[in-house]
Design a protein around this ligand. Structure first.
Ligand SMILES: *Cc1c(COP(=O)(O)O)cnc(C)c1O
Length: 359
């Protein structure tokens, strides 16, 4: 088998998701499993489909199409607001679509109606993270849009919001209360209840599993990182009641040599346009792994082998400090890393990383 290898533990992910759905169902909250962080491999999705999640959510139509072709039967949600150029595909394949643009929503309703479909849309609100969604000052426009399309090609099935992504803004109970208020205004305007009031992603929601973050009314979350890594990047913390042993990246050492820790000579830009600076720690034992930015996001690698430190990476080489490893590694040995979210995203996307599914 060719290194680097991304070794994924399906049983650990499934157990994580079982714990999440169990806790959230006690709060009256349904869970959509978000698959984009690991590029939606069928091996993972087939296992997650067996849990009590209510939909599979992804940002890419290519992933949704592949999952559908692969026999996944759960409802699908498209959680990146759609491109106008993909609306015909969305109408064909997707059950729930997040929406934030008036004209795109109207166009989508028209496409669905022409196909004789009644698809669901979820109106997104922006409560401060400054990514997608109608802002509070645009709520009247959102309600007018919803009224125009509801029942004509699409059902307005819910509202949603997002935190912690583009700007790192964290959710609060007050912000979620304004989502619930918007939902009830929308319900009055439409004359029917909303199925989904979606309070966000992993961001803080699983670190407060007593529900103190959620006002009554919030009934859905879209969870990726929680079951995929057992972590919450918005708080930079592990979720204590979930496992982090869901995956590891393995790479092979191709050089080990004592070198100065401070580069020799004048320093210009590195391969990625940064001027690096390195602390002078004297001569150190260093290793090079056959792993680089074409495989992974190096800042998102956390060594599992004691004493290993990541120093820097170029496209194909990852330099590590092995001084504190007691000389136990030799060229040809394999080092193992946990991944953060960007590391998982890159490694699962890279065609150069061999994926192995176990458990
Ligand atoms: C990525 C994404 C999620 C899931 O985020 P996690 O942090 O992986 O839980 C949920 N909703 C939207 C709109 C997203 O883009």
């Amino acid at each position: 088998m060719t290194y680097p290898i991304l070794r994924v533990r399906l049983d650990v992910m499934e157990e994580n998701m079982n714990r999440i759905t169990e806790r959230m169902s006690k709060l009256g909250i349904s869970v959509w499993a978000v698959t984009k962080g690991i590029s939606a491999p069928l091996e993972v999705v087939r296992r997650i489909e067996k849990t009590d999640i209510t939909a599979i959510a992804d940002s890419r139509m290519a992933n949704i199409r592949r999952m559908k072709d692969g026999g996944i039967e759960k409802p699908f949600a498209l959680i990146r607001i759609p491109m106008r150029s993909e609306l015909a595909d969305v109408a064909e394949l997707v059950d729930y679509t997040l929406m934030s643009d008036r004209e795109t929503t109207e166009l989508y309703a028209k496409v669905c109606a022409e196909k004789g479909k009644l698809r669901k849309v979820v109106i997104m609100t922006d409560l401060g993270d400054l990514r997608e969604g109608f802002r509070i000052s645009d709520f009247a426009e959102a309600i007018r849009t919803a009224k125009r399309v509801d029942g004509r090609g699409v059902t307005v099935a819910g509202v949603g919001t997002n935190f912690g992504c583009a700007s790192g803004v964290l959710p609060t109970r007050e912000k979620l209360e304004s989502l619930v208020r918007f939902a009830s205004e929308l319900e009055s305007a439409l004359g029917h209840e909303l199925e989904v009031i979606s309070g966000g992603a992993t961001t803080l929601s699983l670190l407060k599993p007593d529900g103190s973050l959620f006002p009554p009314g919030i009934n859905n979350l879209r969870i990726g990182e929680g079951y995929l890594l057992g972590r919450d990047k918005s708080a930079n913390r592990n979720i204590p009641w979930l496992s982090q042993a869901t995956m590891q990246l393995e790479a092979e050492l191709v050089e080990i040599r004592v070198k100065p820790s401070k580069p020799e000579g004048e320093v210009g830009f590195d391969a990625f346009g940064n001027v690096p600076s390195f602390e002078d720690r004297g001569e150190r034992l260093r290793g090079i792994l056959a792993l680089g930015r074409q495989d992974v996001y190096p800042n998102s690698l956390f060594p599992l082998d004691d004493g290993v430190e990541v120093i820097t990476a170029s496209s194909d080489h990852l330099v590590v400090d092995l001084e504190n490893c007691g000389g136990r590694f030799k060229v040809g040995d394999i080092l193992r890393f946990r991944l953060g979210y960007p590391g998982m995203l890159a490694a699962s996307t890279s065609p150069y990383v061999t994926k192995v599914y176990e458990g």
